[in-house]
Design a protein around this ligand. Structure first.
Ligand code: F6R
Ligand code: MG
Ligand code: MG
Length: 369
C-alpha cells in the first residue's frame, strides 16, 4: 500500500518563554485532525511537541506536497494560534507563520516539513526524531553515522542489502541547490559538505541496491525565508528501520554521543544535543540545552501504532550526563566563540543591529604596515 507520511511542525507560541507547548494547544490540534480523519481526509495522526514546537505527524494517501494536507496543517497552526496561543498571550504566538495567507504549499511559509510517499513494507518500523533549539544540519552527523559508518551500523558490513551503501541527497540551503553523492565511494566528498551543517543539510537518503527511500529530513531555514532572525528552524526527520535498512538500535546509536549543534540561547550558541524522553522535552537552562526526542512507530496500513519513547531508557543516561557536563563547559565561554556562533551565523541574529551602532566610531589605526 502506498502512503504518505507528513511530519509538519511550527512554533506558534509557548509557555513561560520558549519552553513548552501547553495541553490546550495539543488538544485543539488533535481534535481538528480527528474531525478530518472521520471525514476520510487522512488515515491517522499523532500530535505532540518538542519544547516550544507543535508537531503534527500525519499519514494519508494524498501524496507529497498535497494542498489539502498542507492546508490542513496551516489551518491547525493558525487556529491554535488564534484560539489558544493568543487567548492566553503565550510567548511568541504565531511566531513561525511567516505568511499572512496559505498559498498551496506549507514549505517556505515558516513551518518545517519532512514528508515522503512510499510503499508500506510487510512490516514498517519507523523512527521519527523531533528536535528543539537547533537547526536542520543537526541531523548531518547522526545520519552520516547511521547510513555510512560501519563502526555504528554493523549491517553495512554484514547485511548485503546495506553493503552496497546509500545515496545522500544534500541541500545547499544558501544557494537552494541539491547534489546526490554515494557512500561509501564518495564519503569524503559527503563529509566535505555536511561538516558545514549551517549550509549543507542532508535532505534524504536512498538505499543504492534498489533506490528505496530510507530517511527524510526537514531543510527549512527560517532566517533565509524571512531575511532576519525568527527563531531557529528546529528540525524533524524520519528514518525507516530494519530488514535491509539500519536496525532501530543502529539508528539510535549515534545519539549516545551528544554532539555540538548550533542553536540554544537566541539561536546563537553551540550546545550538546541531549537525547531525552518525551516528558523531558522542554528546554530550560540557557533556553536549552538543545534536545531531541525519538518516537518509534509501526505503520500498519497507514495507522500509526505506538509511539515507543525511544530515549526513555537508562541506556541514554550517560549521554544525558555527558550533555550536562558539556553544558557546564560551553557556558563558561560566555559570549566568546566557539561558545557563541561565528560571525557568518550571527548575521541572521539580532547582533548586526547592535554592531551597526559602532560603525561610525571606527577610525584608521595609523598602523605602519
Ligand atoms: C532560541 C529561542 C530563544 C530566544 C530567547 C530570546 O531558538 O527561541 O532562546 O531566542 O529566549 O527571545 P526573545 O528575543 O523573544 O525575548
Ligand atoms: Mg520559540
Ligand atoms: Mg523551538
Amino acid at each position: 500500500m502506498k502512503l504518505t507520511l507528513s511530519v509538519i511542525k511550527a512554533d506558534i507560541g509557548s509557555l513561560a518563554g520558549h519552553s513548552r507547548v501547553i495541553k490546550e494547544q495539543l488538544d485543539l490540534a488533535s481534535s481538528i485532525l480527528k474531525e478530518n480523519q472521520s471525514k476520510g481526509k487522512l488515515i491517522d495522526y499523532y500530535v505532540t511537541n518538542c519544547g516550544d514546537d507543535l508537531e503534527l505527524i500525519i499519514t494519508h494517501n494524498k501524496g507529497e506536497n498535497s494542498e489539502e494536507i498542507h492546508g490542513l496543517a496551516w489551518n491547525i497552526f493558525t487556529e491554535v494560534t488564534e484560539k489558544v496561543s493568543k487567548k492566553y498571550k503565550l510567548y511568541g504566538a504565531g511566531q513561525d507563520l511567516l505568511s499572512s495567507a496559505f498559498s498551496g504549499n506549507i514549505k517556505g511559509m515558516g513551518p518545517g516539513v519532512a514528508e515522503a510517499e512510499f510503499e508500506e513494507r510487510i512490516s514498517e518500523p519507523i523512527a521519527i526524531f523531533l528536535a528543539d533549539k537547533t537547526e536542520p544540519g543537526a541531523w548531518n552527523l547522526p545520519l552520516y553515522r547511521i547510513f555510512a559508518d560501519p563502526f555504528t551500523t554493523a549491517g553495512l558490513i554484514i547485511d548485503e542489502k546495506l553493503h552496497s551503501g546509500f545515496t545522500f541527497r544534500i541541500m545547499d540551503v544558501m544557494e537552494d541547490q541539491i547534489i546526490d553523492l554515494n557512500a561509501p565511494e564518495e564519503s569524503y566528498d559527503i563529509l566535505a559538505l555536511i561538516g558545514t551543517p549551517s549550509r549543507y543539510v542532508i535532505q534524504s537518503i536512498y538505499r543504492r541496491v534498489d533506490g528505496l527511500l530510507s530517511a527524510v529530513a526537514s531543510t527549512t531555514r527560517l532566517s533565509l525565508i524571512a531575511g532576519r532572525y525568527v527563531g531557529k528552524d528546529d528540525p524533524v526527520c524520519f528514518i525507516r528501520a530494519q530488514h535491509g535498512l539500519p536496525a532501530m538500535g543502529e539508528i539510535l546509536e549515534p545519539f549516545a554521543f551528544p554532539h555540538l549543534v548550533a542553536g540554544w540561547m537566541r539561536g546563537s550558541h553551540h550546545g550538546p544535543l541531549m537525547p531525552v524522553a518525551q516528558r523531558d522535552a522542554h528546554p530550560t537552562r540557557f533556553d536549552g540545552p538543545p534536545r531531541v526526542v525519538g518516537l518509534g512507530f509501526q505503520l500498519s496500513n497507514g495507522k500509526l501504532i505506538g509511539p515507543a519513547d525511544l530515549f526513555d531508557d537508562p541506556a541514554f543516561d550517560r549521554a544525558r550526563s555527558l550533555a550536562n557536563e558539556i553544558t557546564d563547559y560551553m557556558r563558561r565561554h560566555g559570549p566568546f566563540m566557539p561558545g557563541r556562533l561565528g560571525p557568518e551565523e550571527m548575521e541572521y541574529t539580532t547582533l548586526p543591529s547592535v554592531l551597526k551602532k559602532l560603525q561610525g566610531r571606527f577610525r584608521p589605526s595609523n598602523r605602519k604596515s
